[in-house]
Design a protein around this ligand. Structure first.
Ligand SMILES: Cc1ncc(C[n+]2csc(CCOP(=O)(O)OP(=O)(O)O)c2C)c(N)n1
Ligand SMILES: [Mg+2]
Length: 740
């Protein structure tokens, strides 16, 4: 192992005994390192035993990764820097201050497990007091969030007022702390560098010079797949070396001294504001991938022996003995103390109270702020009609489009709350600010112009273009929101939301639940959705909202008119849950549903449907762009056949207004559910099933659905018309239902 003598005038003996440091690590720190590394290994060993005894239910070890973990913990600042570790980082977490007892609580799945309260597998770390952010199982999904976390730290140091608490919205429940020179640590295995999100994260961290340390713990295997299959040329350091602004280290991660020195240099680079760092640590994996894996199936004994010779725990022990830092007695004393501690903690953990089944619904959503509550029910404050006017500018009281009101709502909310950031593809007015400043260009502000003028008013810190990378948009936003920012990001077209699906399914909506309320990421994802565009075709017409309403923890909103869009967007921004805000492209500039701006505090609670028109013969339940089409059909059938239709616009899809549906169906005894998405397995299936289940005795006819065909949407208008539900289709279904 490498040693650096601090003072060459001292004798070797004195050096070792008194003032020797090893790349800046004192003898005492090395002793502490050994205690932590040995503790880490003994917890793994104990868990393996417990798993074999069926007292715990999963085990994955940090064995072989202890030295790099301790080195990172010592070089960084606990409770000051931020940490996105992965499952092999047991020693890191111990080094930062997590206790063996807390880890064993996780292993048994105890109610007081600080990682997740028994909701996640062991080694999925989360320690709120240590800034160790809740981690999940998908490999690599933490990397973009770490980038967002670093962005948040920087943002708050540039906008310290944004960190202030405020009453009456999510900020009341979201404490912010930040340090001017903080670092975000994120780690991952060699195999995980194959994930696209890894590259997206490096790209943004590099480009924005963010203080992120990427620690690659390269044990040469991803379960059974060796590194040369994952990584072209077999060495990730070589591939990433072209990223600008990085500090690079490639080291023996089984040597704590070398690892510590590398982390110190990396931290220095990051804290000085130079950009991110990349620490590529070569480590070993002596205990197979997990207890479900036996590496002897794919690794010969010779290779395993070679690794064993580098095992960091015995190596450090030998080093301490050789350097005279500890003698055998000293080593034995530490090991005995650790053994006893792990035994005591295991016994306690096995006795710990278990979570109660009634608690499973806790923290799917914010326990503090209910977006369906009366607090989010405010009256519109329309501007009084202006007298005269210059005839050129539209009066403030004039009806505006949905696009106008979304833009106005974003503007007013950004004025009110400095934690709001907007980013996405093309959302800025002009990334090359000088063009706009010199008035050479007018600015874009979104492909649908929904964010027009916001960069000009709020600056490029708050409104900026992202790379063309949807996972990065949602992943970074999630990291920012964890720190207390309120990103309102845009996915340009629903059709292209899919690269972000892992973040939208496995990360964003589950942060709060999986951490037992220790962390949360309330933010808004605005998405342009839907067809009826005449030429939108397959990739500019998709719906698919039921895929997202199927996700617990995610609010889903789908307004049909300008006023609702304004009121619901404000609720989405001020509430304490993640919200998917679906904006129908066809409705952006429609004549239908225009409204004057309802003022800077207008809110509509989630889960409250709107009765578009009352009726007595049958109920139509719908939302989005089908609302005006259903209204047209309802008016026609009333006119021509005297059928009175009650038309319900759900407005929010999760939560949805079951009470309104039930009250209406009890009155009309007939129900039709209409939606733009393809018919089968769509949103209407759930509503139909609930009506069948709970309102069976009130029905005089089968529950009907009208929706798109089970195809994609075609380009040629003739085909598009045949595919998407039209007013005539709705009319036919209403007639059939009324006549049943
Ligand atoms: C996105 C995703 N794909 C697959 C898996 C299953 N899986 C869990 S760990 C793992 C290998 C990870 O290897 P590496 O990144 O090298 O980390 P190591 O376990 O070797 O430390 C795989 C394939 C997963 N958890 N997430
Ligand atoms: Mg690996």
């Amino acid at each position: 192992m490498a040693t650096t003598k601090v003072d060459p005038k001292l004798s070797a003996n004195e050096l070792q005994k008194k003032s020797a440091t090893y790349q800046g690590l004192t003898s005492q720190q090395l002793i502490d390192a050994y205690r932590i590394m040995f503790t880490s290994r003994r917890i793994d060993d104990r868990e393996i035993l417990l798993k074999r005894q069926q007292k715990i239910f999963f085990q994955i070890s940090g064995a072989g990764h202890e030295a790099i973990g301790v080195a990172a913990a010592f070089a960084l600042k606990s409770r000051y820097d931020w940490f996105y570790p992965y499952y092999r980082d047991r020693a890191l977490c111990l080094g930062l201050g997590a206790t063996p007892y807390e880890m064993l609580l996780g292993a048994v799945g105890a109610a007081d497990d600080p990682n997740s309260g028994g909701r996640q597998m062991p080694s999925h770390w989360a320690f709120q007091r240590l800034n160790i952010v809740t981690q999940s199982s998908p490999t690599g999904s933490q990397i973009l969030q770490a980038v967002g976390c670093a962005e948040a730290g920087r943002y708050f140091s540039r906008h310290p007022n944004a960190a202030r608490k405020a009453e009456g919205d999510y900020r009341q429940f979201k404490d912010v702390q930040f340090q001017g020179d903080e670092i975000t640590y994120v780690s991952l295995g060699d195999g995980t560098t194959s994930e696209g999100e890894f590259w997206e994260a490096l790209n943004s961290a590099s480009n924005r010079r963010l203080p992120v340390i990427f620690c690659i713990e390269d044990n040469e295997y991803a379960i059974s797949v060796p590194v040369e299959v994952q990584t072209a040329g077999g060495n990730i350091s070589r591939l990433v070396s072209g990223f600008p602004n990085f500090h690079f280290e490639e080291i023996d991660g089984t040597d704590p001294v070398v690892s510590y020195a590398a982390f110190r240099r990396a931290a220095e680079h990051c804290r000085s504001g130079n950009g991110p760092a990349f620490v590529h640590a070569h480590v070993i994996r002596p205990y197979s991938h997990s207890l479900s894996d036996d590496e002897r199936l794919y690794r010969p004994e010779s290779e395993r022996q070679r690794d064993a010779a580098r095992d960091p725990v015995p190596r450090l022990q030998m080093f301490l003995l050789r350097e005279g830092i500890l003698d055998e007695k000293g080593i034995n004393k530490i090991e005995k103390e650790v053994e006893e501690q792990v035994q005591v903690d295991t016994d306690r953990a096995l006795e710990a109270a278990l979570p109660q089944p009634e608690s499973i619904y806790n923290f799917v959503y914010s326990p503090d702020l209910d977006p369906s509550s009366a607090a989010f029910d405010t009256r519109p404050a329309f501007a009084a009609p202006e007298a005269g006017g210059d005839g050129k500018r539209p009066a403030a009281s004039a009806p505006k489009t949905m696009a106008d009101l979304i833009n106005a709502t974003l503007r007013d909310e950004m004025r009110r709350d400095e934690r709001i950031l907007i980013f996405g593809e093309d959302v800025a007015d002009c990334s090359r600010e000088e063009y706009a400043k010199q008035k050479l260009v007018k600015g874009k502000g979104g492909v649908f112009k929904l964010t027009s003028g916001l960069q000009a008013e709020f600056g490029s810190d708050r409104v900026f273009n992202s790379p063309l990378a949807e996972a990065a948009i949602v992943g970074r936003a999630t990291g920012m929101a964890t720190r207390g920012l309120k990103p309102v990001v845009e996915i340009q077209f629903f059709d292209y939301i899919w690269p972000a699906m892992l973040q939208l399914r496995d990360e964003l909506p589950v942060m709060r639940w999986r951490s037992n309320n220790a962390f949360s990421s309330p933010l808004v994802v605005r998405v342009a959705i839907g067809g009826y565009l005449t030429g939108g075709a397959i990739y500019h017409s998709q719906c698919g909202e039921s895929i997202f309403t199927h996700i617990p923890g995610l609010r889903v909103v789908f307004p049909s008119n300008a006023l609702d869009a304004a009121g619901l967007l404000r609720t989405a921004i001020r509430c304490d849950d993640p919200v998917l805000f679906l904006e129908h492209k066809r409705l952006y500039r429609e004549t239908f549903g225009r409204s004057p701006y309802p003022g800077p505090d207008y809110m509509i609670p989630f889960g409250k449907a709107k009765t578009v028109q009352p009726g007595t013969n049958l109920t139509v339940i719908t939302y989005g762009a089908v609302v005006p089409r259903a209204l047209q059909a309802a008016q026609k059938i009333e006119r021509e056949q005297h059928v009175s239709v009650e038309l319900i616009d759900l407005r929010t899809l999760n939560p949805f207004d079951w009470d309104a549906i039930a009250a209406s169906v009890k009155k009309t005894n007939r129900a039709l559910i209409a939606y733009e998405d393809s018919l089968s397995w769509g949103y209407g299936a759930e509503i139909a099933a609930r009506i069948a289940d709970q309102l069976f005795h009130h029905l005089d006819a089968p529950v009907k659905r009208v929706a798109a065909t089970d195809t994609f949407v075609a380009y040629q208008p003739l085909l598009e018309n045949a595919i998407l539900p039209q007013s005539a289709d709705l009319f036919r279904a209403m007639k059939e239902l009324a006549e049943f």
